[in-house]
Design a protein around this ligand. Sequence first.
Ligand code: ZN
Length: 345
Amino acid sequence: MNALLPTALVGSLPKPSWLAEPEKLWSPWSLEGDALVEGRQDALRVAVHEQRRRGIDIVSDGEQTRQHFVTTFIEHLSGVDFENRETVRIRNRYDASVPTVVGAVERPEPVFVRDAAFLRAQTDQRIKWALPGPMTMIDTLSDRYYKSREKLAWEFAGILNQEAKELEAAGVDVIQFDEPAFNVFFDDVRDWGMATLERAVEGLRAETAVHICYGYGIKANTDWKATLGPEWRQYEESFPLLQQSSIDIVSLESHNSRIPIEVIELIRGKKVMLGAIDVASHEIERPEEVADTLRRALDFVDADKLIASSNCGMAPLPRDVALAKLSALSAGAAILREELTGALV
Ligand SMILES: [Zn+2]
């Protein structure tokens, strides 16, 4: 484990083709029943093995145990009808058929805690587990019960807090909340989004992270990015609020993006998980490119607070591409680590 410039995967890895159809979001499982449980655990073992051998320091499950980062969590809650689907526009960007809230939402039993304990048993390294954030959850649903985005977000925040506390008890070191919606609904973030995220992390002793990105490397997202102009300044809305929050780590997209690197100044004092791998391109980054991206951040974040990661999840990429990108990430971080420790001597 590298204490300086540790590496971490921010989100998903592609699933093996024997578990789910490759290069697809929301890909249906190829197995069922006990075979599916076993298949998911085997895929998790492979994900851990690949992360370790390719030099990833903070290990995750690569989301091998879930179909989608938001919907799999919601599937485990009562009050949501999965038969009764409606098409909604997600983050003002693409249409998806989503389930409907028809009653009080509750978590009858833990969602990912058993999977997290399984991950814990595979490695002595620090482990990270991702949960969807409250605002991103409500944006992936249709609601006919609460009829208030804010009310439903508060309900989800309480549920997420229970789950997070149990993940912590299962030995998870870093609990990450994925909030891509923070890059879209600025008024809601200010009015109640940040407060509901604080509720989700209340009382946790594990490190907490929030991941805000511009999405997977799918066409709807790359088309949207093309409309954002020469400089992407969306982070300027949420970062000042995050700087004042109790969240320990802020994860942002950087490599091949149009985000001015100085926005990191707005979260001064926080740990920064910087995306130095582009998930929208099949091209494997050269280690020097990764090191350059990370090095540019050092004007705005102390080296001991910088974590090297990917921009977002890699589920839609070919498997060999995603794995090669993991190696590039750790090789790039190693270059900068050597420069920094050399300079200290
Ligand atoms: Zn992301």
